[in-house]
Design a protein around this ligand. Structure first.
Ligand code: ADP
Ligand code: ZN
Ligand code: ZN
Length: 746
């Protein structure tokens, strides 16, 4: 009986985004499996194409005579778990991407890389015989053999790499010794272990949790033990022991023979974090991240598949670890935006984790000191179970936070980027030999227009967002398209000091070097951390107190502990407040709260200075008081007023085209089609915040609804329409991407 395979063809166009039926020839029946990579003839010219097998059937989907044979199977392709294929298909429907893109997302390693194996040379004859052999050999001609035989008198087993490096063992000598029966060669498969080749543990660490931590562990376990278990959200200040709680929960899951996936933001994935897990779970733990070699990545995938590890740590892609029986998914720092994919399918790790957890009967635990407004809202609605850790472990003290009004600085003649208060504080630290961290929020730097005299910020009269300055002198609202010319003077106070805010880390670094010629200043931003270990190098330089001041973007405030840092300054705290994105206050609050947590970690109390042109802003004031509750209460009101998530869902349709009008036209058409539907608001189309990148014009069209299913319908409709256009091939190409509840400005 012939067998038919459903094959997704590796062409990223919507038009071909469905499985095609192929006959599996008799000789390939053994090797074609679900997820296999195959070659098939495709299209009019029967061109050879790559594809993935996503299913089988006994009956062909179309007329038997039109069906072609699979040409070959790539035997080295990794057999994908059927689970991953169905996950890809769910993501394809949920987020609106091509099936190929979804497959490529969930199948992280597509090619088998040559396996690494490793040899041990074991002594196979008695001492006397070996000594006799040594005595009988010509010491000059057989020096190599003698060296190795002498080594065998000391050790029973000599690892291959040592035999080569220390005793210069050559393949021919090894062969001879093996033939003569002096050694036995044992070969074992060696997985590349990215965690630590030279890290050895005398014993695994065990933890005594505090009473507060125990209570949370107990509560989470109870929740996860229920059949209708909910995702759990743990809100705990930095240093309250969230990681210890995760590890205890993981220990429990692993003891039941299940596995755990731990997501952390890539930037927090430091050697120290790994070592903490390693110290508790030993080499049953592994890691996957973007800096691993393909071979290392492939091996971690295999280790998970073969039950060689129980715990996988990594950024969002670690969700696709092919464990046999995932029992727990942990998302640390769940508010981080890096959990949202910026490529199609634009999935959020939180949502995918919820889906996987529900499907596999696994638990989902999320933690943060400053939970996302979305998750907090769900916790308050009872959709998530909610737990709190209120005390820092040990008796770390909270720092004192000062808000500095930069408008007053300007009034009294200080035009520098440093306020007098902050600059005095820096001098004080330099004298005492303590360290300072200064950061600039880079998000939205090329952006909003403000008055440095009165703090006025240009906002769109139709939307509650700030307007963005364009190079040609226009000022545009990116939500509704409203455009005006850039004013010469502040409409509020008449001052000429109105301009787009520009202050880079480089400028600050240069300024500091001028003001404090003897201070050792280092800068950490995207430019200085390009090379592979650039990040770690700068951090360890600072940790070793080889620098007095570290200047950087927000990346410097995330999760690093330097006991000698007693001063943290936010140079321009409000840059992110007025970028035209409703997430701005939340990002600012998170960032400042985290930054404050960086000061005074040792026994000395820290000080934090927040420089701002808007000292009354609720996000700044709440951050200064480290008061999440107050921030949330205020923020959720703004979200309600603006019809933003979590109260509403947003679907963004992104149109990309070389032809400006074609994109706008297509967007307009889709807006037209969707109009008049109940419970859906249509906004736009309007040019994107960056309206052209590499000569591709970008147009955005927004839909809002409280009901995600309604937005999914819009997406389906847009997909169908888009497919028609592709089919018709009329006019210039316009590509379409979907982004549900976007976390970045488009
Ligand atoms: P969080 O993840 O909430 O920031 P951590 O788990 O990193 O907190 O804890 C902060 C520090 O306190 C870590 O060095 C951790 O090892 C230590 N710590 C927390 N709880 C305990 C505990 N019960 N026993 C020993 N050390 C603890
Ligand atoms: Zn003004
Ligand atoms: Zn507007």
């Amino acid at each position: 009986m012939p067998l038919y395979a459903d094959v997704i063809i590796d062409i990223s166009t919507e038009k071909l985004d469905r499985p095609f039926s192929y006959r599996v020839p008799e000789e390939l029946k053994e090797s074609v499996h679900e997820g296999a990579e195959v070659k098939v003839p495709f299209g009019a010219g029967n061109r050879e194409r790559k594809g993935y097998v996503v299913g089988f059937s006994e009956k062909p989907a179309v007329d038997e005579s039109r069906i072609k044979d699979i040409l070959s199977v790539d035997e080295s392709s990794v057999s994908a778990e059927a689970k991953l294929l169905s996950l890809a298909s769910w993501m394809h429907r949920r987020y609106g991407s091509t099936m190929i893109n979804s497959l490529q997302t969930v199948l992280p390693v597509k090619k088998k890389i040559k396996e690494k194996s490793f040899k041990n040379y074991c002594r196979n004859k008695g001492e006397a015989e070996i000594r006799a052999e040594i005595a009988s050999l010509n010491p000059v001609r057989f020096a190599g053999r003698i060296r190795m035989l002498n080594a065998l008198l000391i050790a029973d087993v000599i690892p291959g790499d040592i035999a080569v490096s220390k005793f210069s063992l050559s393949p021919s000598v090894a062969q001879t010794l093996e033939k003569q029966g002096f050694i036995k060669v044992e070969t074992t498969r060696q997985y590349r272990n990215p965690v630590a080749a030279d890290f050895s543990l005398s014993s695994l660490r065990s933890i005594d949790l505090t009473d507060e931590q125990k209570l949370v562990v107990k509560g989470v376990k109870e929740e996860l033990g229920k059949t209708d278990r909910r995702p759990c959200l743990i809100q705990g200040v930095t240093g309250s022991g969230k990681t210890e709680v995760y590890m205890e929960l993981i220990r429990d899951v692993v003891s039941k023979g299940k596995q755990a996936i731990v997501l952390i933001p890539e930037i927090a994935l430091t050697f120290q974090t790994l070592m903490r897990f390693y110290a508790v779970f030993g080499d049953r733990v592994s890691v996957i991240h973007s800096k691993l070699s393909p071979g290392e990545r492939y091996d971690q995938y295999e280790r998970a598949l073969n039950g060689n590890i129980d715990i996988m740590i990594g950024p969002r892609s670690a969700l696709f670890t092919p464990f046999k029986n995932t029992g727990l998914i942990v998302i640390d720092e769940e508010h981080e935006t890096s959990y949202k994919s910026e490529k199609m399918p634009k999935y959020h790790a939180r949502e995918v984790a919820e889906y996987i957890a529900a499907r596999e009967g696994a638990g989902l635990v999320m933690g943060s000191a400053t939970p996302s407004v979305e998750s907090s809202y769900k916790a308050r609605q009872g959709i998530y179970a909610y737990f709190k850790l209120e005390n820092r472990f040990g008796d770390a003290v909270l720092p004192t936070v000062h808000i500095v009004d930069m408008r007053k600085e300007l009034k009294s003649g200080n035009k520098s980027f440093l306020s007098r208060e902050l600059s005095n504080a820096i001098s004080e630290r330099l004298i005492k030999g303590e360290q300072t961290m200064l950061f600039i929020n880079r998000r939205g730097v090329a952006g909003f227009i403000s008055c440095r005299s009165c703090g006025y910020v240009m906002k769109c009269p139709h939307c509650d967002v700030s307007m963005t300055e364009h190079a040609d002198g226009r000022v545009v609202c990116h939500y509704c398209g409203h455009t005006i010319r850039k004013p010469e003077i502040c409409p509020e106070c008449g001052s000429r000091y109105i301009s787009g805010f520009k202050a880079g880390t480089e400028a600050v670094e240069a300024g500091l070097k001028k003001m404090y010629p003897s201070a050792r200043v280092i800068r950490m931003d995207a430019d200085t951390t390009k090379e592979k270990d650039g990040h770690e190098k700068l951090l360890s330089l600072f940790a070793d107190e080889k620098a007095d001041i570290m200047v950087g973007t927000q990346m410097i405030v995330k999760g690093h502990d330097f006991p000698n840092v007693t001063l943290v300054g936010a140079i321009a705290a409000d840059i992110s407040l007025f970028s035209s994105d409703y997430h701005s206050p939340e990002r600012t609050f998170d960032l400042l709260t985290q930054a404050a947590g960086r000061a005074g970690r040792g026994d000395r109390a820290g000080e934090v200075f927040i420089q701002t042109y808007d000292p009354e802003h609720y996000a700044l004031k709440a951050a200064a008081d480290q008061d999440y509750e107050r921030f949330y209460k205020e923020e959720i009101i703004y979200r309600k007023l603006g019809d933003y998530p979590p109260l509403m869902h947003v679907l963004l349709l992104e149109f990309y085209s070389k032809d400006k009008q074609a994109g706008e036209l297509r967007a307009g058409l889709m807006a037209e089609r969707a109009k008049g539907r109940e419970g859906i608001a249509v906004l736009g189309p309007a040019p994107a915040a960056i309206s052209r990148i590499r000569d591709i014009y970008r147009t955005g069209l927004y839909f809002k609804s409280a009901d995600i299913d309604k937005l999914t319908e819009i997406k389906d409709q847009a997909e169908a329409l888009q497919a028609q256009f592709m089919e018709a091939h009329s006019g210039p190409d316009v590509t379409l991407q979907f982004d549900f509840d976007p976390v970045e400005n488009f």
